[in-house]
Design a binder for this molecule. Structure first.
Ligand code: F0G
Length: 371
């Protein structure tokens, strides 16, 4: 059957009805890629899987939440949506608004969003408003604006966003047959870690459901794959924007990982609950550690994610090195966005192309130096 998006697939676990007008770009259903080289290179006896959210229609996990948020906005009769964004939310909002034929306003921090994301918001025809402030300023402003103007707020304070984003846990459980031992990911505004936890929590098989007699055929047996446990959740932040590590909000967040350059996360309590209930923890990673992790994934696994996404993997390397993760564990690492979103950062840290004459001999000589 043709895959037509996560609302269709998981409609029994999402707040939609038969008459809800679904706005979808066939998001979700992203690959779970086993890392085959890095565990060996790094010297750890673990299984690591990358859930590559960069392969969503607009190149990030935001599409999971946006299909739900825009669907519900349209159902409620909204003619326009608004969000503050470090880039990916604005790209997704713009695309889904275009699809739904409604207006879209995005507030972005001036000069601090990656080029690919800006291009997306512009191409999809949203009204792009650069503010002389950071994401946290934008977040405060869009909440005020949505209060007294006819625009629906689609940041992750909108509960439908987390509903859509929780489906990542359903997909991981389907692919692995159960929840992993650990799930690691980057944390910014903290909606995504909260949504992961919601998805896992909804998937745990309850004692009363385990009938064990019917081979899944009786009406009491859950139709969808369920998990026997929930993973330990590990949230990773950039050192210059790490309010969870500090235990308090950060006034002027800074990091090269612009997507998570956030000092005042909205889902503060939900994210703490996810980490505490799961027995997990938060890490912080320096910009150098983040870029090194991004490069490792690109060079040794062929997986190109953006710097913010690599923050989860950077934190995982620290935890493995520190012996904080048990040998033999299965770990899923959400890679939240595609590397093509931020070509400037990628090019700045890579070796530059070789410039040679258009000549067989010169090129042959160059190649033989690398063979
Ligand atoms: N990774 C990427 C690539 C992101 O774009 C974001 C958030 C995160 C991780 C963190 O997720 O906020 O749910 O904790 N980007 C938002 C945006 C803030 O505006 O695009 P979170």
């Amino acid at each position: 059957m043709r895959y037509s998006g996560l609302i269709e697939k998981y409609r029994d676990r999402l707040p939609v009805t038969d008459s809800t007008p679904i706005i979808s770009l066939a998001e979700g259903n992203t690959p779970l890629i086993e890392l085959v080289n890095l565990p060996k290179i790094l010297g750890h006896e673990v299984k690591i899987f990358a859930k590559f959210e960069g392969l969503n229609p607009t190149g990030s996990f935001k599409d999971r939440g946006m299909t739900m948020a825009v669907t519900k906005a349209v159902e409620a009769g909204s003619k326009a949506i608004i969000c503050a964004s470090t880039g990916n939310t604005s790209a997704a909002a713009a695309a889904y608004a275009a699809r739904a034929n409604i207006g879209c306003f995005v507030l972005i921090p001036e000069g601090k969003i990656a080029l690919g994301k800006l291009a997306q918001a512009m191409m999809h025809g949203s009204t792009v408003i650069q503010i002389q402030g950071n994401f946290d300023d934008g977040m405060r402003l869009v909440q005020e604006l949505a209060n007294d103007m006819p625009v629906a707020l689609v940041n992750s304070v909108n509960p439908y966003r987390l509903q859509g984003q929780k489906t990542i846990a359903f997909e991981v459980i389907e692919a692995l047959g159960d929840a992993p031992d650990y799930h690691v990911l980057p944390v910014g505004n903290a909606g995504n870690i909260s949504a992961h936890w919601m998805g896992y929590s909804e998937s745990v098989r309850k004692e009363t459901e385990a009938c064990g007699l019917c081979n899944g055929q009786c009406p009491y047996h859950p139709k969808e794959p369920r998990a026997s446990k929930r993973p330990i959740m590990v949230g990773n932040q950039a050192a210059g924007s790490a309010p969870f590590l500090r235990g308090e909000m950060v006034k002027s967040p800074e990091t090269i990982a612009t997507a998570i350059r956030i000092g005042h996360p909205m889902s503060w309590n939900l994210a703490w609950a996810a980490v505490r209930e799961s027995g997990g923890w938060f890490n912080e990673c320096t910009d150098d550690e983040i870029l090194a992790a991004q490069m490792l994934l690109a060079k040794h696994e062929g997986v190109f994610c953006e710097p913010s996404s690599a923050t989860g993997f950077a934190g995982l390397i620290k935890d493995l090195t520190a012996g904080r993760i048990k040998a033999g564990s299965t770990i899923v690492c959400t890679l939240t966005g595609h590397g093509l979103k931020d070509p400037d950062t990628a090019i700045a840290q890579s070796s530059q192309p070789h410039l040679v004459a258009a000549d067989r001999g010169a090129i042959g000589e160059l190649i033989s130096r690398f063979l």
